[in-house]
Design a binder for this molecule. Structure first.
Ligand SMILES: Cc1ncc(COP(=O)(O)O)c(C=O)c1O
Length: 404
């Protein structure tokens, strides 16, 4: 029987594995299981009260209608000021777009720069959506493995080796989800040297975790490090992670005017722009007191220290110390080829993550979902108590696995 079809394009992609893992954790919890969810990519802090008040006030003041597609003038001015104050970057307001989360900014950017036959360089491990969005627009993701041995960072040589005449876009994420790697100014300068030789390549830098950096580091960004490449660079950021505002769905970017106007066109035919209330809240976040950011950063650093030390005391696991973001990405090669006490085989990182979820009540995401195995991602946006208990459960599970 003939049925209406779905496109091959959509058939190729899948729902975010971290969302799937978090959903499964919620279901198991609802069934009464004692479940620690370290799978979600969102801060566990309450959104600052003044941000919530601003959203409430905006609604009472009648800010409940469509806004201009690229964002409200007030918010775009605040973003312009944020780029100037925090990054030393000058953007005109028509070089700024506000979207439904950083994710939609990235989607708009890829939609406007990549088409069939174009290649996009994505260093692995990567945030899964990069690869999936490239697939959605019929581009080709050229994944470049960057193991823990090279600090999970793309080197100039690896970049040079991956570039072809078809390369249209490079996607960099610093601090990185899932590895926690932070590119130094020097790292970016080396990449810039290569990119100068290839003027056909756009550079998308996803700086959404820029404020979550440890041990005195400061996040660097391409348009600052290589000002001559600013007219080829899309600087993506947002309020989701810095201000614990994931549900408000506000992200933004600074990019050359000619590209921004194309991204705005994509947005005009997809969402018509983001929520008026969310934009009022983001305005309060960017223009209000900023101490929340430092309070969270310190808490993340303490949590990182705890979970990384526990992971490194676990049989078969080694964990690099993340330099930023709120994820650890341990290597679990030492636990592959083992058997659980119930007789289940652990051959892949997915087998391990399923075992930890089903038999030990810890929800994590397997490394293959981020293009690198055998690893798993631990989100340490959780309380010290939860992290300590999760660390203990992982240790217990690892100790009980029997090697052939
Ligand atoms: C690297 C990276 N970029 C972008 C996003 C999306 O941010 P938003 O919630 O603002 O869409 C995330 C969220 O997990 C992320 O990890």
């Amino acid at each position: 029987m003939t049925r209406p079809k779905v496109t091959e394009r959509v058939g190729r992609i899948s729902t975010s594995p971290s969302a799937v893992a978090s959903q499964r954790a919620r279901e198991l919890r609802a069934e009464g299981h004692d479940m620690l969810a370290l799978s979600a990519g969102e801060p566990d802090f309450q959104t600052p009260p003044h941000v919530i008040e601003a959203a409430h006030r905006a609604m009472l003041d009648g800010q409940t209608k469509y806004t201009s597609i690229s964002g409200t003038p007030e918010l775009k001015t605040a973003i312009q000021e944020k780029f100037r104050r925090e990054n030393g970057l000058a953007y005109e307001t028509d070089e700024i777009i506000v979207s439904t989360g950083a994710k939609q900014v990235i989607y708009n950017a890829v939609m406007a720069t990549v088409e069939k036959g174009d290649e996009v360089i994505i260093p692995a491990p990567y945030w899964i959506s990069y690869e999936q969005i490239v697939q959605l627009v019929n581009g080709t993701a050229k994944v470049v493995p960057c193991s823990g041995d090279v600090g999970f960072k793309l080197s100039a040589e690896a970049l040079e080796g991956a570039i072809t005449p078809q390369t249209r876009l490079l996607m960099i994420n610093t601090p990185s989800n899932p590895s926690g790697a932070v590119y130094t100014e020097g790292n970016l300068k080396e990449l810039a040297e290569v990119l100068r030789k290839h003027p056909q390549i756009w550079i998308l830098t996803d700086d959404i975790y820029e404020h979550i950096v440890f041990d005195g580091r400061k996040a660097a960004t391409m348009a600052v490090v290589a000002p001559d490449l600013k007219d080829r660079t899309i600087t993506v950021n947002g309020v989701s992670k810095a201000y614990s505002m994931t549900g408000f769905r506000i992200g933004f970017a600074g990019a050359p005017k000619a590209l921004t106007s194309q991204m705005v066109k994509v947005q005009s035919q997809s969402t018509s722009g983001t929520s008026s209330v969310g934009q009022a809240a983001a305005l309060a976040a960017l223009t209000g007191p900023q101490d929340f950011i430092e309070t969270c950063r310190r808490a993340y650093q303490d949590r990182r220290d705890l979970i990384v030390s526990m992971l490194n005391q676990t049989t078969g696991i080694t964990c690099r110390t993340p330099e930023g973001a709120f994820y650890a990405f341990p290597d679990c090669a030492g636990l592959m080829g083992t058997t659980t006490p119930a007789g289940k085989r652990i051959e892949t990182d997915q087998d391990l993550v399923m075992h930890l979820m089903d038999d030990h009540g810890v929800a994590l995401v397997h490394g293959a979902a981020y293009g690198m195995s055998p690893n798993f991602r631990v989100s340490f946006a959780a309380s010290m108590e939860e992290l300590e208990e999760a660390g203990r459960r992982i240790q217990t599970a690892a100790n009980a696995l029997v090697k052939d």
